[in-house]
Structure formats: structure tokens, C-alpha cells
Design a binder for this molecule. Structure first.
Ligand SMILES: C[S@@+](CC[C@H](N)C(=O)[O-])C[C@H]1O[C@@H](n2cnc3c(N)ncnc32)[C@H](O)[C@@H]1O
Length: 226
């Protein structure tokens, strides 16, 4: 080997070291980025949608504007429970808390284990119930006589769920809500109701378009008829 070969190779060795360091840093960064995307609400949402498109019913979480519009229809002062159905990543849960609904009055129902795990970490003071909204009374541990539900706020994808589940969920809402109390549902449908039976036993209270959502949505508020 020539006498100065070591010196001559130094820049190459330094170069390789630098490339290696950049490579390692890049790998670590991309792992961090991938981890963050998986943990971020939108990443979690997309993954769950790929697993169960009909159950999740949307490819993107609800916007804060949509969540605030739903929460605005809830009276934060009541004494009864406020029940959220299909909470997903918790955008509406947060809006309900921001609206002033005390955490102790909130019952959040979600069937997908990954969302439940996320919700329990995000809202340690809120009761997150894992299960099917069609079995709401059982989950709340109440029967119709003992029910004190002041409002039900639903993000359930009524149009893509099994019609028997939808019918059971709506039965539960009719049973648990007292007259005058609201059922709030968002929908991507622009005319009429997302499912025909939604208004049975209810009267219409308000209907608001929310453009700042992907896709734009409508918030329908119904009131349990006397
Ligand atoms: C449109 S997504 C939720 C949107 C939510 N506001 C968000 O931004 O994350 C509907 C949610 O309903 C849940 N879901 C679907 N069917 C359900 C059922 N029968 N009982 C409880 N949750 C259900 C899905 O797992 C999903 O999280």
C-alpha cells in the first residue's frame, strides 16, 4: 500500500461516516414520523377505516367546526347524562367538554378497540364504554325507568351500518331520552334524513350545514316527542 494511502482514504472514510450518520438519522427520523402518523388522530382514523370502512363511515376525522356545531346543541347545565355514540378519535368528546359538559356526566360509547384505547388515554377523566351502541341501556347500566339521559350526540355512520343495528340504536335513543331532550346526528347527506326511521318519535329542532368539514356535513338536531 502506498505510504500516504491512509491519509488519502481519510476523506472517503469521513464521507462514508457522514453518509452513515445521515442515513441513521434519516432512518430514526422516518421511524419517528411514521410513529407520529400512526398515533395522530388522522393516521389512526385512516387505519381504522381501512380495517372497517362501513363501521367507520368516513376517511377523515370530523373537523372541530363540525364537533363544535354538534356540542352547541347540548345544554351543559342539565343533571342527566350526555351520551356520545361513535366517538372515534374524540373530536366531539373534546367539543362537549369545551362546551362545559362536566366529565362526570359524559358517557362515551365506541366499538373499535383502537379508538377506545386512544380515547381512554386522551380523556382519563371520562367514562369510555367499549361496545355496540345498539346495546346502550346495558352499557349504561340503566333501564328505561331509571334512565336520565339529557342528550345523545351521535357520529355513527347510519347509512353504512347494518339496518338492524341502526334500528336497535334508534330504539335505544327513543327509550332513553326523555321528552324534550335532543338527539344530535351529523350526516353527509344533503337532502332529507340519512335513514328513514331517524325521525320516528322525534320532532325536528334544527338543521345546520357545516362547510368546514371534509366532506361538508349537516348537523341534524331532533327532539324526543312527548
Ligand atoms: C364517523 S366515525 C367517528 C367520527 C368522530 N367524530 C371522529 O372525528 O373521530 C364513526 C365511529 O362510530 C364507531 N361505530 C360504528 N358502529 C358503532 C356501533 N355499533 N357502536 C359503537 N360505535 C360504533 C366507529 O368505530 C367510528 O369510530
Amino acid at each position: 500500500m502506498p505510504k500516504n494511502a491512509g491519509v488519502a482514504l481519510l476523506p472517503l472514510i469521513e464521507g462514508l461516516r457522514a453518509v452513515g450518520a445521515v442515513g441513521l438519522r434519516y432512518a430514526a427520523d422516518s421511524r419517528r414520523v411514521a410513529g407520529a402518523i400512526r398515533a395522530a388522530p388522522a393516521g389512526l382514523f385512516l387505519r381504522e377505516w381501512l380495517e372497517a370502512p362501513a363501521g367507520v363511515g368516513a376517511v377523515w376525522p370530523s373537523s372541530e367546526r363540525l364537533a363544535r356545531s354538534m356540542a352547541a346543541r347540548v345544554d351543559p347545565q342539565g343533571a342527566g347524562l350526555v351520551v356520545e355514540l361513535g366517538a372515534g378519535t374524540g373530536v366531539v368528546t373534546q367539543a362537549l367538554l369545551d362546551r362545559g359538559v362536566p366529565a362526570e356526566r359524559l358517557r362515551v360509547v365506541e366499538c373499535a378497540p383502537a379508538f377506545v384505547h386512544h380515547l381512554r388515554r386522551r380523556f382519563p377523566g371520562v367514562t369510555i364504554l367499549q361496545g355496540d351502541a345498539a346495546r346502550l341501556s346495558d352499557m349504561l347500566g340503566v333501564d328505561a325507568a331509571g334512565a336520565a339521559v339529557d342528550a345523545i350526540v351521535s357520529s355513527l355512520p347510519l347509512r353504512s351500518l347494518d339496518p338492524d343495528i341502526v334500528s336497535a340504536v334508534l330504539d335505544q335513543c327513543r327509550t332513553l331520552l326523555r321528552p324534550g331532550c335532543p338527539l344530535i346526528q351529523f350526516t353527509y347527506v344533503w337532502r332529507g334524513l340519512p335513514v328513514a326511521g331517524l325521525s320516528d318519535g322525534f320532532v325536528s329542532r334544527s338543521d345546520q350545514a357545516v362547510w368546514a368539514n371534509l366532506p361538508p356535513a349537516r348537523v341534524i338536531a331532533l327532539e324526543r316527542a312527548a
